[in-house]
Design a protein around this ligand. Structure first.
Ligand SMILES: *[C@@H]1O[C@H](CO)[C@@H](O)[C@H](O)[C@H]1NC(C)=O
Ligand SMILES: *[C@@H]1O[C@H](CO)[C@@H](O)[C@H](O)[C@H]1NC(C)=O
Ligand SMILES: *[C@@H]1O[C@H](CO)[C@@H](O)[C@H](O)[C@H]1NC(C)=O
Ligand SMILES: *[C@@H]1O[C@H](CO)[C@@H](O)[C@H](O)[C@H]1NC(C)=O
Ligand SMILES: *[C@@H]1O[C@H](CO)[C@@H](O)[C@H](O)[C@H]1NC(C)=O
Ligand SMILES: *[C@@H]1O[C@H](CO)[C@@H](O)[C@H](O)[C@H]1NC(C)=O
Ligand SMILES: *[C@@H]1O[C@H](CO)[C@@H](O)[C@H](O)[C@H]1NC(C)=O
Ligand SMILES: *[C@@H]1O[C@H](CO)[C@@H](O)[C@H](O)[C@H]1NC(C)=O
Ligand SMILES: *[C@@H]1O[C@H](CO)[C@@H](O)[C@H](O)[C@H]1NC(C)=O
Ligand SMILES: *[C@@H]1O[C@H](CO)[C@@H](O)[C@H](O)[C@H]1NC(C)=O
Ligand SMILES: *[C@@H]1O[C@H](CO)[C@@H](O)[C@H](O)[C@H]1NC(C)=O
Ligand SMILES: *[C@@H]1O[C@H](CO)[C@@H](O)[C@H](O)[C@H]1NC(C)=O
Length: 747
C-alpha cells in the first residue's frame, strides 16, 4: 500500500511537474494551454504585425480564452491545431507575419477584404496542407512567392485586387489540384505561362486588369473543366486559339480590352452551350460575327463592341436570356435596308436591358419592332449609323428606358409626342439628324431628364414652356435648328442646369428673360446667332458659375452692365456682332481665367482697358468698333488723343497725314467698289460672304479645346491658327453621358 501510495504521489507530482513545465516553460504569459502552443505563438506574432484594427476584433485574441476560440481561428478536433484562419472584411491593416508559416496544419487562410500590405512571406511555403488561400482585396505588393510551389494541396488561390508585381510563375502549372486561380486587378506583367494548361481541374482562371502581354497559350484549350476564362484589360495580342471555342464548360469568357486580332469566322462554331458572358470588346478582331452565336441560348451578356467586325448580325432569336448586347464601334451592317433585322429577332426576349449598336454601318429604317422589345430595356444606343425613317411612336412602350442615344443618323419626321410617356428617361440625344416638327410639349413630363441634345435638326416652333418642369436637367442643347419665339422664362427657372444651355443658331426673338438669374450653377450659356434683342439683363450677373458666355450674332444693345463684374470665372466671353455700346468695362481686366474675349462689331467707345486679357492680342478681338482707341499694337486701334499738342508744325503734319490718308482711302474705296461690281457681274458666288462658313466662335472655342496650346498650329502677326474638330454641344454632352453609361465587366 505504502509503495503504491508513494508511487501514486510520485506519479502525481511527475504529472504535475510535467504539466507545470508545459504551462510555464513554453508560455511566457503563464496561461493554461492544452496541446501544442506553436500555434498560439504564431497567432500572437500574426497579431503583433497588425497595425490597425478599427473593429477591435484582435482584442479577443487574449489570454482569457484558448486560442482555438479566438475570432476567426478554427482548430482541428483531435489535436488543437489551427486549421483555418478566416478574418475577412474586418478592416485589418498590417503586414503578414512570417510566423504564419508555423501554422503547419492550416488548410484555409482567408484574409480577403482587409488592408494587409507588404509582401506575402516566403514561409507560406511551409503550409503543406494549405488548400485555400484567399488574399483578395488587400494592398499586398511584391511578387507571387516562389515558395508557394510547395503548397501542392492548393485548390483555390485568390489574390485579386492587390498590388502584385512580377510575372505569373510557371510553377503554378504543377499545383495540379488547382480549381481556382485568380490574380485579377494587380500589376502582373509577362505572358500567361503555357504550363497552366496542365491544371486539368482548373475551373476559373481570372487574370483581368493586369499588364499581361504575349499570347493566349494554345495549352489552355486543354482545360476542359474551365468555366471562367477572364483575361480582360491586359495587353494580350495574337489570335484566340480556335480550340478555346471548343471549351464546352465555359460560362464566362472575357478577353475584352486587349490587342487580340484575327477573325471570328462565321463558320467558326462557338461550341459553348452554357456560355453566359462572352466579351471580346476592345480588340482588333475582324471578319463577321459567328453565326453559331445564335445557338448560345444561355447568353446573358454579349459584347463585340470596339472591334473591326463587319457584315451581318445573325439572328438572336434563341438568346432569350440576353440582357446586354453591345455591338457598338464596329463596321457592322451594309448601310442598307435589312441591316437591323436582328433587332426584331429579340422581340420575345424578356430580359433585355442594354442594347447598343452605335457607331456602325447600319442602314435602313428604324424598325417599328423596337416597340415590341422588352419593357425591361434601360438603355438603347443606335447613334452614329445610317438609320433612316422616324423614331417609332411605339417607343412609348419602353417605359423603363433611361437612355436613348439616336444622334448622327438620318432620322426624319417628328419626335414622337409619346416620348412623354418614358417617365424614366434621363438622357435623350438625337442631334445631327433630320428631325422636323416641334419639340413636343410632352417632354415636360420627363421630370428625371438630365441631358437633352437635339442640335443640328430641322426642328421649328417655340421652345416648349413645359421644359420648365424638367427640374433635373443638367444640360440642354438645341442649337442649329429653326426654333423661333422667345426664350421661355420657365426654362431659365430650371436651376439644376449646370453643364450647358445651348440655344444658339436658331431664330429666337425677344429679350433674355430676367429669370436667367436662376442659372446660378450653369457653366456654359450659348445664345449666339439668334434674333435676340434688348439690353443685357442686369441679373445675368447672378450666373456666377458661368465659364463660357456667348451672346454673339444678335441685336443686343446698351452697355455691358457692371453687374457682370461678378462673373469672375469666365473663360470665354463673346458679345460680337451686336449693337452694344458704351465703354468697355474695366472689370474685365480682373477676370483671371479669361482666355477669349470677343467684342468685335459693336459700337463700343473710349479707351481699351490695359492689363489682363487686353494684353493678349490673340485672346482679345475688338475690330469693327470705330470709336475704340488705345490698347496694345496687335489690336490695330488708333492711339487715343490724350493731349492736344500746341505745336503748329505738329498740327500741320497731322493735317497733312489726315488729308493724305483720306484721299488714299477714298480712292481705294472707289477702286474696291468698282472691282466688286465687276466681280459681281462675273459671278455672284465669288463674293466672300461671312455667312459662307457659319461658325460661331463657340464652336471654334470648343473645337480648339478653348484655344488650348495643344491645338495651336502656329502664330504670326495675323494672330494664331488652331486646329480643331467641330462638334455639336449635344455631342459633347453625349460623350459625357455615354462614358458614364454602362461598361460591364467581370472580375
Ligand atoms: C508543435 O507543432 C509544431 C508543428 O506545428 C512542431 O514543429 C513542434 O515540434 C510541436 N511541438 C511540440 C512540443 O509538440
Ligand atoms: C479578451 O477577449 C474577450 C472575448 O474573447 C473579451 O471579452 C475581453 O474583453 C478581452 N480582454 C481584453 C483585455 O481585451
Ligand atoms: C516560427 O517561424 C519563425 C519565423 O519564420 C521561425 O523563426 C521560428 O523558428 C518558427 N518557430 C517554430 C516553433 O516553428
Ligand atoms: C473568403 O471570404 C470571402 C468573404 O467572406 C468569401 O466571399 C470568399 O468566398 C472566401 N474565399 C474562399 C476561397 O472561400
Ligand atoms: C523558399 O524557397 C527557397 C527555394 O526553395 C528556399 O531556399 C528557402 O529556404 C525558402 N524560404 C523559406 C522561408 O522557406
Ligand atoms: C482594383 O484594386 C484596387 C486596389 O488595389 C481597388 O481600389 C479597385 O476597386 C479594384 N478594382 C476592381 C475592379 O476590383
Ligand atoms: C506542363 O506543361 C508544360 C508546358 O505546357 C509541359 O512542357 C510539361 O510537360 C507539363 N508537365 C506536366 C507534369 O504535365
Ligand atoms: C471535371 O469536372 C467533372 C465534373 O465536375 C469532374 O467529375 C471531373 O473530375 C473534373 N475533371 C478534373 C480533371 O478535375
Ligand atoms: C472541337 O471539338 C470537335 C468535337 O469535339 C472536334 O471535332 C474539333 O476538331 C475541335 N476543334 C478544335 C479546333 O479543337
Ligand atoms: C444550332 O444548333 C442546331 C442543333 O444543334 C444545329 O442544327 C444548327 O446548325 C445550329 N445553328 C448554328 C447557326 O450553329
Ligand atoms: C416570338 O414568339 C411568338 C409566339 O410564340 C412566335 O410566333 C414568334 O415566331 C417569335 N418570334 C421570334 C422572333 O422569336
Ligand atoms: C405623362 O406621363 C403620364 C404617366 O406615364 C402619362 O399618363 C401621360 O400621358 C404623360 N403625358 C404626356 C403628355 O405624355
Amino acid at each position: 500500500m505504502e509503495l503504491s501510495k508513494k508511487h501514486f504521489e510520485a506519479c502525481c507530482s511527475f504529472f504535475l511537474v510535467f504539466f507545470l513545465q508545459q504551462v510555464f516553460s513554453k508560455t511566457p504569459t503563464g496561461l493554461v494551454v492544452r496541446g501544442n502552443d506553436t500555434g498560439q505563438q504564431a497567432l500572437l506574432q500574426f497579431k503583433a504585425k497588425i497595425t490597425d484594427d478599427q473593429l477591435r476584433v484582435m482584442e479577443s485574441w487574449n489570454s482569457s480564452i484558448h486560442f482555438c476560440q479566438w475570432h476567426g481561428v478554427t482548430c482541428g478536433h483531435k489535436h488543437q491545431r489551427v486549421n483555418k484562419l478566416k478574418l475577412q472584411f474586418l478592416k485589418l491593416s498590417g503586414s503578414l507575419s512570417p510566423f504564419i508559416g508555423n501554422l503547419s496544419f492550416l488548410k484555409e487562410l482567408n484574409l480577403s477584404g482587409n488592408s494587409f500590405y507588404n509582401q506575402i512571406p516566403q514561409e507560406v511555403g511551409h503550409l503543406r496542407r494549405l488548400e485555400i488561400l484567399d488574399l483578395t482585396s488587400n494592398s499586398i505588393s511584391g511578387e507571387i512567392p516562389p515558395n508557394l510551389s510547395s503548397c501542392s494541396k492548393l485548390t483555390i488561390v485568390r489574390m485579386g485586387s492587390n498590388q502584385l508585381t512580377g510575372e505569373i510563375p510557371s510553377f503554378l502549372g504543377f499545383l495540379s489540384n488547382l480549381k481556382v486561380l485568380s490574380f485579377y486587378n494587380n500589376s502582373l506583367r509577362g505572358s500567361i505561362p503555357p504550363s497552366l494548361g496542365n491544371l486539368s481541374s482548373l475551373e476559373k482562371l481570372a487574370l483581368s486588369y493586369n499588364a499581361l502581354d504575349g499570347i493566349i497559350p494554345e495549352t489552355l484549350a486543354q482545360l476542359t473543366n474551365l468555366s471562367s476564362f477572364l483575361a480582360a484589360a491586359n495587353a494580350i495580342s495574337g489570335t484566340v486559339p480556335v480550340a478555346m471555342f471548343n471549351l464546352s464548360n465555359i460560362r464566362f469568357f472575357d478577353i475584352g480590352v486587349n490587342k487580340i486580332q484575327g477573325t471570328l469566322y462565321t463558320d467558326l462554331a462557338i461550341t459553348m452551350p452554357y456560355v453566359e458572358f462572352f466579351s471580346v470588346r476592345g480588340n482588333k478582331l475582324s471578319g463577321q460575327i459567328p453565326v453559331s452565336i445564335s445557338n448560345a441560348s444561355n447568353l446573358n451578356v454579349l459584347q463585340f463592341n470596339d472591334n473591326r467586325l463587319s457584315g451581318k448580325v445573325p439572328s438572336l432569336e434563341k438568346l432569350d436570356k440576353l440582357s446586354t448586347l453591345q455591338l457598338s464601334v464596329n463596321r457592322l451592317g451594309h448601310g442598307r435596308e435589312g441591316d437591323l433585322n436582328f433587332l426584331c429577332t429579340l422581340v420575345n426576349n424578356t430580359k433585355l436591358e442594354f442594347l447598343y449598336i452605335s457607331d456602325n454601318n447600319f442602314g435602313g429604317v428604324f424598325p417599328t419592332c423596337i416597340s415590341n422589345l422588352s419593357n425591361t430595356l434601360l438603355r438603347l444606343g443606335i447613334h452614329q449609323n445610317k438609320i433612316t425613317g422616324r423614331i417609332p411612336d411605339g417607343i412609348r412602350n419602353l417605359i423603363n428606358l433611361e437612355e436613348l442615344f439616336a444622334s448622327e443618323n438620318q432620322l426624319s419626321g417628328p419626335i414622337p409626342f409619346d416620348i412623354g410617356r418614358l417617365q424614366k428617361l434621363q438622357n435623350f440625344f438625337a442631334h445631327s439628324n433630320f428631325l422636323s416638327g416641334t419639340i413636343p410639349h410632352s417632354i415636360g413630363n420627363l421630370t428625371l431628364l438630365k441631358k437633352l441634345g437635339l442640335d443640328f435638326n430641322n426642328l421649328h416652333g417655340n421652345i416648349p414652356l413645359s421644359l420648365g418642369n424638367c427640374q433635373s436637367l443638367l444640360g440642354l442643347s438645341v442649337s442649329y435648328n429653326n426654333l423661333s419665339g422667345p426664350i421661355p422664362p420657365q426654362l431659365l427657372g430650371v436651376s439644376s442646369m449646370s453643364i450647358i444651355l445651348d440655344l444658339s443658331s436658331n431664330y429666337l426673338t425677344g429679350e433674355i428673360p430676367v429669370a436667367v438669374e436662376n442659372l446660378k450653377n450653369l457653366g456654359e450659356l450659348y445664345l449666339s446667332q439668334n434674333r435676340l434683342s434688348g439690353l443685357l439683363p442686369e441679373n445675368l450677373g447672378s450666373c456666377v458659375s458661368l465659364e463660357k458666355l456667348f451672346l454673339d450674332g444678335n441685336f443686343f444693345e446698351g452697355p455691358i452692365r457692371s453687374s457682370l463684374s461678378s462673373l469672375r470665372g469666365l473663360e470665354a466671353l463673346d458679345v460680337s456682332n451686336n449693337n452694344l455700346s458704351g465703354e468697355i468695362p474695366e472689370f474685365l481686366v480682373r477676370f483671371g481665367a479669361l482666355r477669349y474675349l470677343n467684342l468685335s462689331f459693336n459700337n463700343f467707345e473710349g479707351v481699351i482697358p490695359s492689363g489682363g486679357v487686353f494684353k493678349n492680342g490673340s485672346a482679345t478681338f475688338v475690330e469693327g468698333n470705330s470709336k475704340l482707341c488705345g490698347g496694345i499694337p496687335e489690336l490695330h486701334l488708333l492711339r487715343c488723343n490724350s493731349k492736344t499738342s500746341s505745336s503748329n508744325s505738329l498740327r500741320l503734319k497731322v493735317a497733312i497725314i489726315v488729308v493724305t490718308l483720306g484721299v488714299t482711302l477714298a480712292f481705294t474705296c472707289l477702286l474696291i467698289s468698282w472691282w466688286f461690281r465687276k466681280k459681281k457681274e462675273q459671278s455672284a458666288t465669288t463674293c466672300v460672304d461671312s455667312s459662307l462658313l457659319q461658325l460661331s466662335y463657340q464652336s471654334i472655342v470648343r473645337a480648339t479645346d478653348g484655344f488650348s496650346t495643344q491645338n495651336l498650329v502656329g502664330s504670326g502677326s495675323f494672330g494664331s491658327v488652331y486646329k480643331g474638330v467641330l462638334e455639336a454641344s449635344g455631342a459633347v454632352l453625349e460623350q459625357e453621358a455615354a462614358t458614364a453609361s454602362f461598361s460591364r465587366m467581370l472580375v
